[in-house]
Design a protein around this ligand. Structure first.
Ligand code: TPP
Length: 364
């Protein structure tokens, strides 16, 4: 590809890769690095008109609003953790585009298996800010009743399987679910997200093998400090078998609130992605260029989205925590004797020593 200005050349600090403006299968022995497919340049222009998906304005606005809302929610919740209001948090910075882009390619009934950094997919499906916040605060409105770490969202109605911490377990699970769906009427697809770190787990290889040998329509999406979407999923109609699709966003935030990523990657690299090639700014340029957005709308959306996030945040802070007895429910249909004993022991303990705990903050 020719570049009119040097700044437009591919700049992937720490890696060499060319841009490609067509999607095609590659032979690993004939190329030096995997080219990066892109439709839009940094200024928001469509590079090859033949590849323009011609998305309608309403959809583009929804993509943009979801990405920026996610960004705002991340900032508030990250700060909440730093202030000791919640125990832990993981931001989605830099990966917003892959979340909404992949979510928009799916049917809302397609099943999602995430890693832990895909809140944008759930947000795109309309998961309310109040429930994101309730989960992170582990309050009485949290559907998981406070029994999971923050960011371990799940929503049955939105077909988003609850996040589990052990890396890569979602991969064989997603493949198993895809097999079940294939044996059914085949009308739904499964998408599975994982990071390149998770892809080193044995579970990932087991999952890939089953997906390949049982011939699922499957798409893989790994996300990370270098992300690849990987998942059993075909895109919206017509459904085409789509194997692993690597995507290359950059995780701009630290891995989690327990991490300082400057210990293992350069700050310059992260700044480059944040300041020069951010998916949000690229889409904003595109919308401005099309006359679909202006500075006034940007200002008012920033203000109103921040207000929405702050309202949900204040509401989550005010809510009590779930009743501690709920700690023991929902794992088994019938509570086994050892859990009954533990629950009774907790009750006795709180009767005797309850004054030493902030029980007034919990639901009775
Ligand atoms: C089986 C297992 N080992 C280790 C961990 C601790 N751990 C949590 S996230 C993580 C890094 C995963 O990296 P990657 O998949 O690239 O995703 P990223 O967080 O960079 O987006 C590790 C080692 C874990 N959760 N599970």
């Amino acid at each position: 590809q020719e570049f009119p200005v040097p700044e437009e050349r591919p700049q992937f600090p720490g890696a060499s890769a060319e841009f490609a403006d067509r999607l095609e299968f590659i032979q690993p022995n004939v190329i030096s690095g995997i080219p990066v497919y892109r439709v839009m340049d940094r200024q928001g222009h469509i590079v090859n008109p033949a590849e323009d998906p011609q998305l309608p304005k309403e959809l583009v606005l929804k993509l943009y609003k979801t990405m920026t809302l996610l960004n705002t929610m991340d900032r508030i919740l990250y700060e909440s953790q730093r202030q000791g209001r919640i125990s832990f948090y993981m931001t989605n910075y830099g990966e917003e585009g892959t979340h909404v882009g992949s979510a928009a390619a799916l049917h809302d009934s397609d099943l999602v298996f995430g890693q832990y950094r895909e809140a944008g997919v759930l947000m795109y499906r309309g998961y309310p800010l109040e429930l994101f916040m309730a989960q992170c605060y582990g309050n009485a409105s949290d559907p998981g009743k406070g029994r999971q770490m923050p960011v371990h969202y799940g929503c049955r109605q939105r077909h988003f399987v609850t996040i589990s911490s052990p890396l890569a377990t979602q991969i064989p699970q997603a493949v198993g679910a895809a097999y079940a769906l294939k044996r059914g009427d085949g009308s739904r697809a499964v998408v599975c997200y994982f990071g390149e770190g998770a892809a080193s787990e044995g579970d990932a290889h087991a999952g890939f093998n089953f997906a390949a040998t049982l011939e699922y329509p499957s798409k893989g999406s790994a996300g990370s400090s270098q992300n690849i979407p990987g998942s059993p999923f075909p895109p919206k109609p017509p459904r085409i078998p789509w194997p692993q699709l690597p995507r290359f966003p950059r995780r701009i935030g630290h891995h989690s609130t327990s991490d300082d990523s400057s210990a293992y990657r350069s700050v310059d690299e992260v700044n480059y992605w944040d300041k020069q090639d951010h998916p949000i700014s690229r889409l904003r340029h595109h919308m401005l260029g099309r006359g679909w957005w202006d500075d006034e709308q940007e200002k008012s959306w920033r203000k109103s989205s921040r207000r929405m996030v702050m309202e949900a945040f204040e509401q989550a802070e005010r809510k009590p925590k779930p009743n501690p007895q709920l700690l023991f429910s929902d794992v088994y249909r019938e509570m086994p004797p050892h859990l009954r004993r533990q629950r009774a022991a907790l009750e006795r303990h709180l009767q005797l020593y309850g004054e030493h705990y902030p029980l007034e903050l919990f639901e009775k």
